[in-house]
Design a protein around this ligand. Structure first.
Ligand SMILES: *Cc1c(COP(=O)(O)O)cnc(C)c1O
Length: 384
């Protein structure tokens, strides 16, 4: 018997039974009192996760939808934009800005490395006339498993007037982020990563400063219009029919998150990262990211010489029903990625790491079984 699937992707992530049951509740009127209660409650709770007292809107869309919302609401055609990219999602944010007519200057860092904060700060400091209107940056680059030190970068650029816009789709609730304290203007997140619900909702948080910029923005805008969104939110509604069932699931997931506590959730993700990394290292495998910049959401493992990453993934799927992510672009078939965010238990990771060790030895990689696993066991033991 092969049993249920271990879904260890960096999104979509496993869904708790409680959330599944909440999503199968009867449909409600999206312009009625039940929905009003839900949207009011979840919006307030999401603000706590962002650490913001400013604006949050929830869209029925995948994460990229809210990235597009960030661009069309706060950037005008012709605006100069500095896009910092360390991988696939940094490229995507830049591409969306370009699509809507921004003059994008890209700062590209090699895949597997974070952005150099000093280089970004120096570039922004050169802009003494304030020509750069927005800085786009990824918090956690899911394609490589590297996170950017956005706090340091933001504090280094001080009072430069550009809006600081962050893709936090895979980091919010997995990695510390404090929107107001750090001075972030626009922060995008999504449902299918650390929020433990299916794909289909995304979140757009924005500052008072961004709201002021929005008043003068000239990009055409319909579905994403934040003015309209805020107007409806006051009535406890969305401008268009929302994914009601996903809101019901979100309500339950946020309840679970409150029960666990945000600090505990962040610590759990940090522990998962450290456990996976120490185990994989002990197996003799190479990790793509250095310890200092390693994501708490996903770990990229470099496939050993002579064994294709996709062969490892295929074996894990066929023999153990374990789903791991592959590499993207230049990292395709070079790395595999173990997602460890959202509703994942340490015993799930223990099982997956044990299966990885078996897989590697079956594929001819010289690892003595138990060599890595003992690190995972010790890691858990030390924290009991
Ligand atoms: C998942 C993800 C997105 C959004 O992707 P969608 O497929 O549109 O939900 C954006 N940025 C990052 C960093 C992500 O991990």
């Amino acid at each position: 018997m092969i049993g249920e699937q271990y879904l260890l992707l960096p999104g979509p992530t496993p869904i708790p039974d409680r959330v599944v049951r909440a999503m199968s509740k009867p449909m409600v009127n999206h312009r009625g009192p039940e929905f009003k209660k839900i949207i009011t409650r979840v919006t307030e709770e999401i603000k706590q996760i962002y650490h913001t007292n400013q604006y949050v809107l929830i869209y029925t869309a995948s994460g990229s939808g809210a990235l597009e919302a960030a661009v069309v609401n706060f950037i005008s055609p012709g605006d100069k934009v500095l896009a910092v990219s360390i991988g696939v999602f940094g490229d995507r944010f830049a591409k969306i800005a370009e699509t809507f007519g921004a003059q994008v200057e890209k700062m590209q860092f090699p895949m597997g490395q974070p952005a150099d904060p000093d280089a970004v700060i120096a570039r922004v400091k050169e802009d003494i006339n304030g020509e750069i209107k927005a800085i786009l940056i990824t918090h956690n680059e899911t394609s490589t498993g590297v996170f950017n030190d956005i706090k340091k970068i933001r504090s280094g650029i001080k009072d430069h007037p550009a809006l600081f816009m962050v893709d936090a789709v895979s980091s919010l609730a997995a990695l510390d982020l404090r929107m107001d304290e750090w001075g972030l203007d626009v922060v995008v997140s999504g449902s299918q990563k650390a929020f433990m619900i299916p794909p289909g909702l995304s979140f757009l948080a924005f500052s008072e400063k961004a709201w002021q910029v929005h008043q003068k923005v000239s990009n055409p805008n319909f579905y994403w219009d934040v003015s309209n969104g805020l107007k409806y939110l006051e009535k406890g509604q969305t401008p268009f029919t929302p994914a009601v069932s996903l809101f019901q699931g979100l309500d339950e997931a946020l309840q679970m998150m409150q029960e666990e506590g945000l600090e505990n959730i962040l610590l759990r993700h940090k522990n998962y990262r450290n456990m996976v990394r120490s185990t994989v290292k002990a197996m003799g495998l190479q990790l793509l990211a250095e310890d200092e910049h390693a994501s708490t959401a996903v770990t990229s493992v470099v496939s050993p010489d002579g064994i294709e990453a996709d062969i490892i993934r295929k074996f894990m799927l066929e023999k153990f029903n374990i789903v791991l992510a592959g590499g993207q672009q230049s990292l395709a078939n070079v790395i595999f990625r173990i997602g460890h965010l959202g509703y994942v238990r340490q015993l799930d990771l223990l099982a997956v790491l044990a299966a990885l060790e078996i897989t590697l030895s079956k594929l001819g990689y010289p690892v003595k079984k138990g060599t890595g696993l003992i690190y995972a066991q010790d890691y858990i033991t030390d924290r009991l």
